[in-house]
Design a binder for this molecule. Structure first.
Ligand SMILES: *Cc1c(COP(=O)(O)O)cnc(C)c1O
Ligand code: SF4
Length: 384
């Protein structure tokens, strides 16, 4: 980490003045959106350019210059490149792939709101994200202005939350809710805070990773008015852990937000236990708690990123016991067709013989433990 709080910039961005580079509006306006824009970062042959063009017709290409500057120059297997630059392989279709893998649109009582679990719901705000992640499981909507919620639909969705006392936790997602202006976000949060039964609001945003400049002191002032605000962000690789993201996390935490991370497990990007361990420690030391590792969903155009479940279990195995429990996330599969999230754990219970259980601990050593009896029918609790 260098001392001036800035990641080193590749030569093709050296001409940009710091004032512009640090301005999130400049970053958004100057997003890379065509294969030609990658010139100076990677060398592409004509066929690769054609593939990028074809894939970005299915799902837009959009990369902030900041995020692009994290790419290793010339490396087509770079984890930042793979997450952000479209690939021809996205056009291949596998049998299990679905457009809406989690059936989010089926569980919509009103446009833009998914209510699947008893006490929490998911609200879609903007269709926009600073970077269009190639693994996005909402690629059917994200980037498509026609999928953005109009004012009337948003009012209806907020009304649904107001009239549904069971909802005590609302995830505000998208796209990315920080694509809204501070003013619009303030208005939305004020409305939501007017709902008595809503205890917590979560903002699901990748801005701290892909556009950390968006986390301004002015934004923090808005968020502070509406606590408790939880931030779910989405770091996938240690290379995303920069002085800029550190500043963004610091501002959010100092502003009283509780921050957690949701990583998506991606083949060739982060199926690497040692890297994940280091990343999670880095995040934890910056008050961002690793919360979920998601098995890659069966989304159209994303199967090249899918790993075996074994890879996810291996990561958990190499975290649990070896580093702070606070840095060990839940590894989950979000089941197709709206089955919801189910957690997966490596097997620590080796066998059971009567009341004697045999365990293997994190280091592979074997231990026995004798469990208690079942409650006897004849034992009555006082007052029952
Ligand atoms: C993931 C998700 C939630 C939140 O789940 P938690 O386990 O509480 O983080 C809520 N609604 C939907 C539709 C989800 O996919
Ligand atoms: S930030 Fe999230 S919603 Fe936006 S493209 Fe990436 S994964 Fe999809």
């Amino acid at each position: 980490m260098n001392t001036n709080g800035q990641s080193p910039r590749p030569a093709c961005f050296e001409h940009v003045a710091d004032e512009q580079w640090n301005d999130w509006r400049w970053q958004l306006k100057n997003r890379l959106s065509r294969p030609e824009d990658l010139e100076g970062l990677v060398e592409l042959d004509e066929q690769t350019r054609e593939e990028i063009r074809a894939a970005s017709e299915q799902f837009l290409m959009g990369i902030t210059p900041y995020y692009a500057s994290l790419m290793q120059e010339g490396d087509l297997t770079d984890p930042i490149y793979l997450q952000a630059v479209p690939q021809g392989i996205e056009l291949a279709r596998a049998d299990d792939e679905l457009e809406d893998p989690l059936a989010e649109d089926t569980y919509m009582p009103t446009e833009g709101l998914t209510h699947r679990y008893p006490d929490r719901a998911l609200l879609y705000t903007s269709h926009n994200c600073p970077v269009y992640c190639r693994h996005c499981n909402r690629r059917r909507k994200v980037g498509d202005p026609a999928s953005a919620l109009g004012r009337a639909a948003l009012d209806k969705a907020v009304d649904y939350v107001r009239q549904t006392p069971a909802i005590r936790d609302l995830l505000v997602s998208g796209g990315d809710p920080l694509s809204l202006s501070d003013k619009k976000l303030d208005i939305l949060l004020t409305e939501l805070r007017g709902i008595k039964h809503l205890e917590i609001i979560r903002l699901a945003t990748r801005n701290p990773v892909t556009l950390p400049q968006r986390i301004t002191p002015e934004l923090i002032e808005v968020l502070k008015k509406h606590h408790p605000i939880y931030i779910s962000t989405h770091f996938n690789h240690l290379r995303e852990c920069t002085p800029e993201t550190e500043l963004a996390l610091n501002r959010l935490a100092d502003g009283g937000c509780v921050i957690s991370n949701q990583m998506v497990l991606l083949k060739g990007v982060n199926d690497d236990p040692a890297m994940v361990k280091e990343m999670n420690r880095w995040l934890l030391a910056r008050r961002c708690r690793p919360y979920y590792i998601f098995q890659c969903d069966s989304v159209e155009g994303v199967s090249h990123f899918k790993t075996p479940v074994r890879s996810g279990l291996k990561i958990i195995e190499e975290l649990r016991g070896w580093t702070s429990g606070l840095a060990v996330p839940h590894y989950v599969v979000d089941l197709p067709e709206g089955g919801g999230k189910v957690p997966l754990l490596p097997e620590y219970l080796v066998s059971q013989n009567g009341q004697t259980l045999t365990f293997k601990n994190y280091a592979g050593e074997v231990y026995r433990y004798v469990e208690g009896d079942e409650p006897k029918a004849s034992i009555k609790l006082v007052n029952s």
